[in-house]
Design a protein around this ligand. Structure first.
Ligand SMILES: *Cc1c(COP(=O)(O)O)cnc(C)c1O
Length: 398
């Protein structure tokens, strides 16, 4: 009989999106002629950009002829894409070695898999509320988590407690679900803390392309010392609409070398390389060709047009909440708007209220952690017309 990984029993039931779907379906059944507007999804809606498509087509065409056909590629990704990403970092004023970049099928896999490199006896800090993958992947590995509470008091940007030790620190900026972005000074405090504690920061920058203020860091490597203490995850999902096409990347600097209990040392770069070479056979050549086109100057300019479209929606939502004097976060350097449920409602209660009274669907904050239970997330990934109509309904309701 197999003995199972019973840590899976410690996972909270992942019922967020199925419960939302269930409640929406029940409402629809009872009110078939009501028009429901969905501002709950964390998925993009605009199609791929022309240059990304051109890159993908080139990749497909290469497969048609024996002299350009590609079989297994390097597990770390093709050099042309690793260099294109290093070039993108450089245009943003950050130095990243192309040799430190690993291409993947997305940031979810990498942020989930990275915990395999660390043993069970670490002090692991994870913000709450946050993207649930960090918590669940650590619970699957039987690891203890210390939560970093985000709240209105710290504007959902928890900071290190210098009197407490940590070994591993997850940070997500701009944050999903709160849209909060760490300033340069705040990230400097985190990097200084990590260096002092000899900890590793696992920095998820999936939304970096939404940052418009040049003073806000778009990479942890914009902070001096970060190469000595940080791994960074990137994704084309929200930047370039690749949620279905699938491509991400992870930067593991070769400087990240730590002592072993036996008196030797291990490099996180070498460990990740070994892990990926063993369990991953690379992202498809076709997708990597599309991704490389995204990281050109013109390719990124096309993505920025799409991001501006979403940001216009975010502005509509933020304006409505401002007029209604509702406390909210995000909505500027992020596709997400995170606000306190009115009248002290809990997030599921407000979900039902909004669905029944305004036929607008959002995401209850409780799905992102204990500290989200009185908050609500709306996303800007819809189209202008439905976002505008949703805001007119909110304007009347709230
Ligand atoms: C959407 C998202 C990602 C991207 O995941 P992919 O697997 O690349 O699609 C990563 N981190 C956060 C916080 C996200 O919200």
């Amino acid at each position: 009989m197999p003995k199972l990984n019973e840590h899976y029993q410690n996972l909270k039931e992942s019922y967020l999106f199925s419960e939302i779907a269930h409640r929406v379906a029940a409402y629809k059944d009872a009110h078939p002629d009501q028009k429901i507007i969905r501002l709950g999804i964390g998925d993009v809606t605009l199609p791929l950009t022309p240059l990304a498509l051109k890159g993908l087509h080139e990749g497909v065409d290469a497969m048609a002829s024996p002299d350009t056909f590609k079989g297994y590629g390097p597990e770390q990704g093709y050099q042309f894409l690793r260099e294109a990403i290093a070039g993108y970092y450089a245009r943003n004023g950050v130095t990243v070695d192309a040799g430190d970049i690993f291409i993947s099928d997305g940031a979810k896999s990498d942020t989930g898999n990275i915990s395999e490199l660390f043993s069970q006896d670490n002090v692991i800090l994870i913000p709450d509320p946050v993207y649930p993958v960090y918590v669940d992947s650590n619970i699957m590995g039987g690891k203890q988590i210390t939560y970093l509470p985000g709240n209105a008091g710290n504007r959902f940007l928890p900071m290190p407690d210098p009197s407490l030790h940590a070994d591993i620190i997850y940070l997500c900026s701009p944050n999903n679900p709160t849209g909060a972005v760490y300033s340069r000074q705040q990230l400097t405090e985190w990097v200084d803390y990590a260096l002092r504690e000899q900890a590793v920061i696992l920095f998820d920058g999936a939304y970096e392309a939404f940052i418009t203020d040049p003073d806000l860091p778009r990479s942890i490597y914009a902070i001096p010392g970060a190469r000595q203490c940080a791994i960074e995850f990137g994704s084309l999902s929200k930047t370039a609409g690749f949620t279905g096409t699938r491509c991400g990347y992870t930067v593991v600097p070769k400087e990240l070398v730590f002592p072993t209990s036996g008196g030797g040392e291990l490099s996180l770069h070498a460990m990740w390389n070994r892990r990926q070479s063993t369990k991953f056979n690379g992202t498809s050549y076709i997708v990597q060709k599309g991704a490389a086109a995204v990281f050109t100057e013109e390719g990124m300019a096309q993505c920025q047009d799409h991001i501006r479209y979403y940001q216009e929606n975010a502005r509509m939502i933020a304006d409505t909440l401002s007029r209604k004097n509702i406390l909210f976060f995000g909505g500027v350097h992020s596709p997400y708007i995170w606000f306190r449920c009115p009248d002290g409602m809990e997030s599921w209660e407000f979900f039902d209220y909004l669905l029944h009274q305004a036929q607008v669907v959002g995401t209850p904050g409780a799905g992102f952690g204990e500290n989200g239970k009185n908050y609500f997330r709306l996303t800007s990934f819809g189209d202008h017309d439905s976002t505008r109509e949703a805001m007119e309904r909110l304007e009347r309701l709230l």
